[in-house]
Design a protein around this ligand. Sequence first.
Ligand code: SAM
Ligand code: SF4
Length: 329
Amino acid sequence: MLTDQFQRTISYLRLSVTDRCDFRCVYCMAEDMTFLPRKDILSLEELGEIGAAFVELGGKKIRLTGGEPLIRKDLATLARALGALDGLEHLAITTNGSQLASCADALAAAGVRSLNISLDSLDPIKFKSITRTGDLTKVLAGINAAQAAGIENIRLNSVILQNYNLQDVEELIEFAIAKRLDIAFIEEMPLGSMPNSQREERWLSNETLMQELESRYRFQRPDALEDTAGPARYQKIVNTDTRIGFISPHSNNFCSSCNRIRVTVEGRLLLCLGNEHSLDLRAILRRPNYSRDTLKTAIIDALSLKPERHHFYDPEHPQILRFMSATGG
Ligand code: SAM
Ligand code: SF4
């Protein structure tokens, strides 16, 4: 088992398979993005090798993310290799859903058991204004295809912003209930430099959102939010199969139970979403005398770099210049 200096067990790897995306969501990317040159990104074999080393070290869960993971060519091949790893209990993907209609069956067959699908509005015009390039019809078709492929564990992810989609929350919840899906509301995090983005003006606290929702929905345990291993804290809506999750980096600190590490598509092992502590795994993978044992030792040693908590909102700490899409959300 991997354990860090604060006695947190690390069992969850978020593996970014691309920094590219077919969307340009306003909270995630700047309008004109520069992407990594091909030579700098890990091959599917290198990504698979990191996954295999992590699972040999006791890792139980891998989530493929990005950028938009489904635009990485031959992603299903990587998913199949990871899905076949002895000891891996949970293979998941976070996606914007735009390509799901054509690959949901292959991913389900590869062993993908759960999906987080981003959906910030059900109004096609608003959806376009948030994603800048997205087509809502394709995403809805993707959600249907994932359900038809038998992927049971699907959660919608919505970043709620004032003056953008705050009015869409109820419709999103009703959609989740009708589809028997969970939905998580995520507070926008200040990742990446976005001049004139009005990030502060549009930021909305989950505490405010939850107060509004409590007057409209009855929750099964209104006073006790359900804790899970991840950053989301859930409430179940009575008489439905839907749980509402709140991911609130600002209002509550989930760091004490953090069980995850991230690897960017250039092979940078990031110990925390909100800090720059990292190790270059690509340099290790590309050494002429590479062995999996060296990689495993490097991962174990790197855990001593894992900070106790994020510092997103601490003025004493520099802003994180990595975009969420480059980090692996
Ligand atoms: N492209 C995929 C998608 O959109 O689901 C996977 C990558 S995306 C970076 C992963 C998640 O991060 C999405 O749910 C997205 O809404 C969220 N996200 C992106 N930028 C964010 C930010 N600045 N603050 C909070 N969440 C963010
Ligand atoms: Fe692309 Fe996902 Fe970022 Fe939106 S949130 S720009 S879909 S990577």
